[in-house]
Ligand binder design. Structure first.
Ligand code: UTP
Length: 506
């Protein structure tokens, strides 16, 4: 039997015979490329995948309110509610672990970023800061700085390896971009890029979607594809070799992300945690974010759609939301926990249904760009390993200091280039003010630390390079008592000027 016949049979028994519908219209070369793609498909798995996708699309998500409870205070730390001594202790512990090369960061950068809609990886996006830095550059500079802070505190030179999960869409442009930018001054061997798997997009009745006459529509398998990718690319072995014990996992789109945050790492390590989630207080009961809680006694992220409104609105004695722990995709894992997940649990991860607009060729061979969702992309989520944790902790941080994601184009209600740019510059303005300096607007008037409603449209331009300050530290000695004209950009160059001045303004 020829390769083609074998494939025809396999596709037939998987209920996917339509995939070869346009075979005879393809050139020999196109046929060969398509054949190579198709033989890579595991047809038994494909059948299960399509059936599961169709079943999942048919029913609404069950609500979980009868079996869920909030995470208990004993396993929760908080930037606002823990005492200052504990916060300092955790920070010391985190910096110590970093200084001993035991901490790495892992960036989830395999997403297609369909809502932002740029034809390159989201990390390469320039959000319009005065410095014109991209998200990747900001992150690289935070790594530089946290290494320096740990070195300074403990006197030993250290490295925070940067693992970057990409996908077919993002790997090559990300590699090229890093190379063009000289790896932002980091050691190339300490930046480890690896690729997650792709899976077919499927119609609501479980048929693989053809994106072209000789091409299946494929999508990355969700950020929970991480665990398979760790195995595929021997990433855990690499971590072991480097003696990395703890991993901080985060999303590419959060402009405020505190990479390798020593306070969070230190909190998790002091608690002996194998898995931890950073959370922010939900802005309001209906905010569509997942909530970290317990379901049938085990930690889990419950999606917004799984919580009925009356449960989402429940409040505690001090008026706070009972289910307040909003997930921000910012996690701590011990390497040994990830090893366990890779060996025992990764195939048990739940599949989530994402309804998406998937371009396709119709039965007459016409290219169609759908205007409403027509397909399902099944995705695994990175947080779905929480139930396997033996010692799970939660750490609550302040949203305006640590969470502002870029999801949409300008014009959308939230999470846009403008909103993330503003949140970063607002944070830096607060840092400058609390360092004892004054910022002046164009008319020479002093602007306060907080944005007023009216100035929302024209935020005060104030940007501090992560190479100068990681989280507001070290600014007082530079800026105290100074009057600073906006736009104000504090980078290494302006720092030198300021260091050369005993007093005066900039
Ligand atoms: P989102 O869920 O926001 O998806 O990803 P996205 O692909 O970036 O954007 P949309 O939904 O298409 O507009 C959250 C994080 O998970 C990563 C993303 O890169 C982002 O950091 N991600 C998502 C992956 O690494 N792999 C995936 O398959 C999906």
């Amino acid at each position: 039997m020829s390769r083609l016949e074998q494939l025809q049979r396999g596709l037939d028994s998987a209920g996917q015979a339509h995939v070869l519908r346009f075979w005879s219209e393809l050139s020999e070369e196109q046929q060969e490329v398509f054949l190579q793609d198709l033989v890579l498909l595991d047809l038994q798995r494909l059948k299960e995948h399509c059936e599961a996708a169709s079943r999942a699309a048919a029913g609404p998500a069950p609500t979980l309110d009868r079996v869920m409870e909030p995470v208990p205070p004993e396993i929760t730390g908080s930037v606002t509610r823990s005492d200052p001594e504990s916060l300092t202790r955790w920070e010391d512990e985190g910096l110590l672990q970093i200084s001993k090369n035991r901490v790495a960061v892992l960036l989830l950068a395999g997403g297609q970023g369909t809502r932002l809609g740029v034809p390159y990886p989201k990390g390469m996006y320039d959000v319009g800061l005065p410095s014109r830095k991209t998200l990747y550059q900001i992150q690289a500079e935070r790594i530089h700085k946290i290494q320096e802070l740990a070195e300074r505190r403990h006197g030993s030179k250290c490295t925070v390896p940067w693992y970057i999960m990409t996908s077919e869409f993002t790997l090559t442009p990300t590699q090229t971009f890093f190379k063009q930018n000289n790896y932002f001054g980091l050691e190339p061997s300490d930046i480890i890029m690896f690729e997650q798997r792709m899976i077919p997009a499927v119609t609501f009745d479980g048929k693989v979607i053809l994106e072209g006459k000789g091409k299946i529509a494929m999508a990355p398998d969700g950020n929970g594809g991480l665990y398979q990718a760790l195995v595929d690319h021997k990433v855990l072995e690499d971590m072991k070799q480097r003696e990395v014990e703890y991993l901080h996992v985060y999303c590419v789109d959060n402009i405020l992300v505190k990479m390798a945050d020593p306070v969070f790492i230190g909190f998790c390590v002091s608690r002996g945690a194998d898995c931890g989630a950073k959370v922010v207080e939900k802005a309001h009961p209906a905010e569509p974010v997942g909530v970290v809680c317990r379901v049938r006694g085990v930690p889990q992220v419950v999606e917004y759609s799984e919580i009925p409104p009356e449960t989402a609105q429940l409040r505690g004695p001090e008026g706070e939301l009972v289910y307040r722990a909003g997930n921000i995709c910012n996690h701590f894992f011990s390497r040994t926990f990830l090893q366990d997940v890779a060996e025992k649990f990764k195939d048990q991860l739940k599949q989530h249904v994402a309804r998406k607009k998937v371009p396709f060729v119709d039965s007459c061979g016409n290219q169609v760009k759908p205007t409403k969702p027509n397909g399902i992309k099944m995705e695994k989520f990175v947080f779905d390993v929480f139930p396997f944790s033996r010692n799970f902790v939660v750490f609550e941080v302040i949203r305006k200091d640590e969470f502002s994601p870029l999801k949409n184009t300008d014009g959308a209600a939230s999470d846009t280039p403008t909103s993330v740019r503003t949140s970063l510059m607002d944070q830096h303005r607060r840092w400058v003010c609390s360092a004892g300096a004054s910022l002046l607007d164009e008319d020479g008037n002093i602007v306060g630390p907080e944005t007023s409603e009216s100035s929302d449209q024209h935020p005060v331009k104030c940007e501090i390079s992560p190479l100068v300050s990681y989280f507001g530290e070290g600014l007082e000695q530079l800026l105290k008592g100074k009057k600073l004209q906006t736009p104000f950009v504090l980078d290494e160059k302006t720092t030198k000027v300021l260091q050369g001045q005993s007093s005066g303004d900039l």
